[in-house]
Design a protein around this ligand. Structure first.
Ligand SMILES: *[C@@H]1O[C@H](CO)[C@@H](O)[C@H](O)[C@H]1NC(C)=O
Ligand SMILES: *[C@@H]1O[C@H](CO)[C@@H](O)[C@H](O)[C@H]1NC(C)=O
Ligand SMILES: *[C@@H]1O[C@H](CO)[C@@H](O)[C@H](O)[C@H]1NC(C)=O
Length: 358
């Protein structure tokens, strides 16, 4: 078992070596051009229509979300870049840059050169992303973290087909009650924790725990809701997409603090274009060593987890059993990321201690 751990971690470490650019001036792609105020989105009256099928508008949801929650994030650290919500817009930027928001069916020009800000409702990646952009946004509105509790939001249906997407707070709550509950709990936790007397470590643990519970429920819902859209992709891309969803379980177990810096390190080795049928990682000529390596690692994780009949994830989770061990887990990931030479033996003594103290 220990051998597997070592291999897994060395794989993780090796990824960090060389980073692709997924930020602009240290912020998510086109962040500065996305409207940062509700008033810009408002088209007159008390009902605001948002169009998540336009990249800048979807990014705008994130800007408003990050800005509105900053006041509750003091426990994350002194910098405004340390909120875990940054992981979401950075991810959207990677999806744009890697061509994952275009219409994979080719039926429309959405997302192509002619219409670069268009997000296609036929894209599996764009579909999954709805559950980690529009959904948390609407939950934040419901908890009055965004707006005054009176403004109403209507989500614009995609041009292609509205089928399968909920378009308002009411319809999303009806269609996905558990999902909305998880995200509402996250925003309640933010508010409750910010006024409580507990330590910053405990605050971080509670906020991040609620955040990852929301994310995991989102990915769970998205996996089934967006499933049909996978048929437009090559089998290597489908495999990567499935593994990518699964990898969130590992990251979630540590209550990973997806600040700007931390997210960049984890996102930059992801493949910079959609994979094609003949792509065979780790030997894809036009992708970097790091991207090939990341794909290889995802695949390795899948094979190992199946070989161990699902226990790799169980082991990982069992080491992350308390707020203290998760804090250590996060530090461990950071050490590994920032200092690839961080000795495997040091890592092991810490991990052993963590499992024993559970
Ligand atoms: C937040 O606090 C309110 C009021 O005390 C309570 O009703 C609610 O259950 C709490 N929510 C969470 C997620 O802690
Ligand atoms: C893992 O590999 C199997 C067999 O290659 C494949 O069918 C399955 O989709 C993969 N799992 C994920 C999550 O990609
Ligand atoms: C993030 O990384 C940049 C560049 O390496 C560094 O200057 C900055 O201090 C880091 N921010 C935090 C909050 O650690």
């Amino acid at each position: 078992m220990h051998f597997i751990w070592i291999v897994f971690l060395l794989q993780l470490v090796a990824l960090r070596a060389n980073a692709a650019v997924i930020t602009e001036n240290g912020l998510p792609i086109l962040w500065d051009q996305a409207p940062g105020q509700l008033s810009v989105l408002a088209q007159g009256n008390s009902v605001i229509t948002i169009n998540p099928w336009n990249y800048l508008q979807r990014m705008s949801l994130y800007r408003i979300l990050v800005d509105s929650t900053n006041q509750y994030m003091a426990s994350m650290g002194p910098e405004a870049t340390e909120s875990p919500l940054w992981g979401l817009p950075l991810q959207l930027g990677w999806k744009l840059r890697s061509g994952r928001l275009i219409d994979p069916t080719g039926a429309t020009k959405c997302g192509y050169e002619e219409d670069p800000m268009c997000i296609s409702a036929n894209s599996w990646w764009a579909c999954v992303n709805i559950y980690i952009s529009v959904i948390p946004f609407l939950a934040a509105v419901d908890e009055a973290v965004i707006g005054d509790g009176l403004i109403q939001f209507q989500v614009q249906a995609p041009a292609e087909s509205a089928e399968g997407y909920c378009l308002s707070l009411l319809s999303c709550s009806t269609e996905h009650p558990l999902l909305m509950t998880k995200w509402k709990e996250f925003f309640q936790t933010l508010k409750n924790v910010s006024t409580s007397e507990i330590s910053d470590l405990e605050k971080r643990d509670q906020i991040l725990g609620a955040y990852w519970a929301g994310q995991q429920q989102s990915l769970h819902t998205a996996s089934s809701s967006c499933q049909a859209k996978m048929s437009s992709y090559s089998s290597p891309e489908v495999s990567f997409a499935n593994n990518w969803i699964k990898s969130a379980d590992y990251v979630a177990a540590t209550y990973f603090q997806s600040s700007i810096n931390n997210s960049v390190l984890f996102l930059s080795p992801l493949p910079s274009r959609v994979l094609k049928e003949w792509d065979s990682p780790p030997n894809i000529a036009d992708l970097s060593t790091e991207e090939n390596h990341a794909l290889y690692m995802f695949d390795w994780m899948n094979r190992t987890d199946r070989f161990l009949m699902g226990s790799l994830l169980k082991m990982w989770r069992s080491a992350m059993c308390s707020d203290k061990s998760r804090e250590k887990g996060r530090e461990l990931l950071n050490d590994l990321v920032i200092n690839p030479k961080f000795a495997a033996s040091t890592f092991f003594s810490i991990l052993k201690e963590m499992i024993q103290s559970c």
